[in-house]
Design a protein. Structure first.
Length: 513
């Protein structure tokens, strides 16, 4: 049997550099880059990483705002068989520190404003992890790090991609759970290419002339597919921005760049539809995608009525890399996730391990060629999530007689807020640390758009009075300790929390209030 060499970075770059050398691959806030130059810079950085002492199989953390140097770093590592570990730029320092230790990364590539965090972490851990910084303005002389922009001058002519196979480990993403630390999710070379083939080509019918813009950043699995893998898989153009995805920034980008494919999360669609949109700004748009949490039916319908193009809701996960059940232009079921994307199989498993029948609730498991193979260094969690060919999603779903899947909530305690995981326990732990608080329970409650947001039920110490100032203080505490969007949107001060005879908080009673 012959071994077929297969490198995802080569696969995404080579043909485009050859056939569309002058075409723009990426446009960011400051510059643009064509496919020829993109491949040159990827190869140059790839060679530099090897020269700096990194080897095939080593990990490199990428903690960077969306800009052209992100894909260059991500693909540059993969070209050399180095494993990029993209991490959330908004994480508090203790999480960054955990990820650095857990991954054992040999180097960190980061944005300039995130550098200080990593310098401090290096000191605290007594490490000298190599720091490569995307220097823009400030001078970093005297600091113990290199400017990544000085690593693009290598002779790249003979720099071939590392010899890797379709199922060689390729990159990691971190996924969070209700308890415990974030889990390094290990993905293979073929998963990148398969997600583009199965979902983007078949469901979105992506074409070379598409202009992609993702409100979800590149460090999310969702953003990585939308703004990197998918556009490169067909020689399209991707718009990157460091700006926070607000209604204003997103609308401006769509208009300015004639975006044809837009990827957002339900909270953003709700905010857009609640503001005065100028419909003409969206003329170039042919399709919108929503994921991260369920898109309520009214938002799906209102988007179509207002903008005149469809928004396709689909469910994806970090473990499955991208979307595996989706609506499609030919079959839209507002309020539902749709049907399995061809190439994926889905099943719903009941508590008794049997498959659910029509309209019965079961826990969703997925089989398909984009699944991660394991969590790094978490054998128990890996065993309970990756069941041979099937991957557990932790979601409850029903399937109707047409084969359409409808989301019924998480099977664990996690919440999806603005498309991102929030563990009620981590928010509770922060609130609990406030000296006015005796007990607290955090659950998901619905806002006026029918989207889930954290709500805190709090028992105060005797003599402490509930007031707006206290709520503000608690909010500030959560924002300062965790990723800011996790703060409770509502507080309810109660005498006691509902509990079982054994003292466990009965969250379901609070959820249904
Ligand atoms: C939930 C949804 C209902 C669901 C993601 C698109 O969200 C992504 O990945 P995460 O690992 O979270 C996965 C979990 O989020 N979810 C996502 N989309 C939907 N629930 N309807 C939806 N449309 O609980 C799932 O298990 O953060 C989304 C592409 C790639 C992704 N990684």
């Amino acid at each position: 049997m012959s071994i077929i060499k297969y490198n995802a970075a080569f696969d995404l770059l080579h043909n485009n550099a050859l056939n569309l050398p002058k075409k723009f691959a990426f446009i960011d806030d400051n510059e643009s880059i064509n496919y020829f130059d993109l491949q040159e810079k990827v190869k140059s950085l790839s060679k530099s990483l090897l020269k700096l002492g990194l080897n095939q199989g080593d990990k490199v953390i990428i903690c960077m705002h969306d800009c052209i140097n992100f894909p260059i770093s991500f693909l540059g590592a993969i070209w050399s068989g180095i494993i990029p570990v993209s991490i959330n730029t908004m994480l508090p320092k203790q999480d960054l520190k955990y990820m650095l230790e857990d991954s054992g990364a040999k180097a960190i590539i980061c944005s300039e404003d995130l550098l200080n965090n990593f310098i401090e972490i290096n000191k605290e851990l007594n490490k000298d992890t190599l720091l490569l910084v995307n220097v823009r303005k400030k001078s970093i002389e005297n600091l113990n790090c290199l400017n990544i922009n000085n690593l693009f001058n290598e002779d790249t002519k003979d720099h071939l991609p590392a010899i890797t196979l379709p199922r060689t480990e390729c990159f990691w993403l971190y996924s969070s759970g209700s308890t415990g630390k974030p889990k390094g999710t290990i993905h293979l070379h073929e998963s990148l290419i398969n997600s583009a083939k199965l979902y983007a080509k078949n469901i979105l019918a992506i074409k070379e002339n598409d202009i992609f813009f993702s409100a979800a950043k590149l460090f999310f699995a969702y953003g990585l597919g939308n703004a990197l893998t998918f556009p490169l898989s067909i020689g399209g153009t991707s718009i990157l921005t460091e700006a926070r995805p607000t209604v204003d920034s997103v609308c401006k980008i769509i208009k300015k760049n004639s975006v044809s494919l837009f990827f957002g999360v339900p909270t953003l669609y709700a905010a857009m539809l609640n503001s005065k949109l100028i419909v003409e700004d969206f003329q170039s748009l042919r399709l919108a995608v929503s994921a991260g949490e369920a898109l309520p039916e009214h938002l799906c319908n209102k988007w179509y009525e207002t903008i005149g193009c469809n928004v396709l809701d689909g469910i994806g996960s970090t473990e499955m890399l991208h979307i595996f059940i989706s609506n499609s232009v030919k079959e839209i079921y507002p309020g539902a996730s749709g049907k399995p994307v061809p190439g994926y199989e889905a099943r719903l498993i009941k508590d008794n391990k049997k498959e659910a029948s029509v309209n019965e609730i079961g826990e969703l498991e997925i089989k398909g060629p984009t699944s991660a193979i394991a969590y790094w260094n978490k054998p128990e969690k890996s065993k309970s999530t990756f069941l041979g060919q099937w991957t557990r999603t932790g979601d409850k779903y029903t399937k109707n007689k047409l084969g359409v899947y409808t989301y019924c909530g998480r099977a664990d305690d996690m919440m999806k807020v603005s498309g991102q995981y929030v563990s009620p326990f981590e928010v509770e732990a922060v609130l609990q640390s406030h000296n006015s608080v005796i007990e607290v329970a955090v659950v998901g409650a619905r806002d006026k758009e029918d989207l889930l947001k954290p709500k805190a039920y709090i028992v105060l110490k005797e003599g402490i009075l509930a007031c707006k100032e206290l709520e503000q203080e608690l909010t500030e505490l959560v924002k300062a300790t965790l990723t800011p969007f996790k703060y409770p949107r509502w507080y309810e001060f109660v005498i006691s929390l509902p509990k079982t005879a054994t003292g466990k908080i009965q969250r379901y009673k609070l959820r249904n209030k």
